[in-house]
Design a protein around this ligand. Structure first.
Ligand SMILES: O=C(O)CCC(=O)C(=O)O
Ligand SMILES: [Mn+2]
Length: 190
């Protein structure tokens, strides 16, 4: 069942814990784990504490954490996921960033997805696969903090004014955790 949540200052969240049925989520995790050309990118002089990959419509460029990504098209698998996510989120996406968190030492720091090429109030939709990690949202002015353990096969959509008022990230954890893959769909304006 999809959960809709309004957060402070006009942010909107949609969380669907069982977006992908268990067998489909297991299979997608395995396929992406093995078949994705994972890279250990360097952003602003430092290696990211996670592996990444990028897919987008040809002709699309996205600058992210000091790294420029150029779109070269989609695999059939990922096109299908994109269509499912577009239907659930009610928005169109032309790019996908994949993150592989190898263990609890991998993370993404608090940030906004507020790059100018995403437009005024971007809709950002992400599928989580594998280990459950805590997704943290922190309000920039009040420091109010929300924590969501994102389930294997779940979908989280951030919309409304979320990217203006809230930071988000996946902190490191000392708990022993397995690998997690996150697929983040965005729409890049040209
Ligand atoms: O792994 C996640 O759930 C979040 C990833 C993220 O925020 C990003 O790639 O911009
Ligand atoms: Mn983000």
């Amino acid at each position: 069942m999809a959960q809709h949540l309004a957060i402070l200052d006009g942010g909107l969240l949609l969380y669907e814990p069982e977006f992908l049925p268990r067998p489909a989520a297991d299979e997608l995790f395995q396929r992406l784990r093995e078949q994705t050309p994972w890279k250990h990118e360097i952003g602003r002089g430092r290696p990211f504490p996670r592996l990444t990959a990028w897919y987008a419509d040809a002709g699309t460029t996205y600058r992210y954490s000091g790294v420029a990504h150029h779109g070269e098209g989609w695999s059939p698998d990922l096109l299908l996921e994109r269509q499912q996510v577009e239907a659930a989120a009610g928005a169109a996406f032309n790019s996908l960033l994949l993150n592989l968190y190898r263990d609890g030492r991998d993370s993404i720091g608090l940030h906004t997805d507020a790059e100018p090429e995403l437009g005024q109030n971007p809709v950002v939709a992400s599928i989580s696969l594998g280990a459950v990690r805590e997704f943290v949202l922190k309000h920039i002015a009040t420091r109010e903090t929300l924590k969501y353990p994102l389930a294997h096969g779940s979908l989280l959509v951030m919309g409304g004014t979320s990217q203006h008022h809230w930071l988000h990230g996946v902190p490191k954890t000392k708990t022993v955790v397995g690998e997690r893959i996150n697929l983040t769909f965005r729409n890049i304006l040209r």
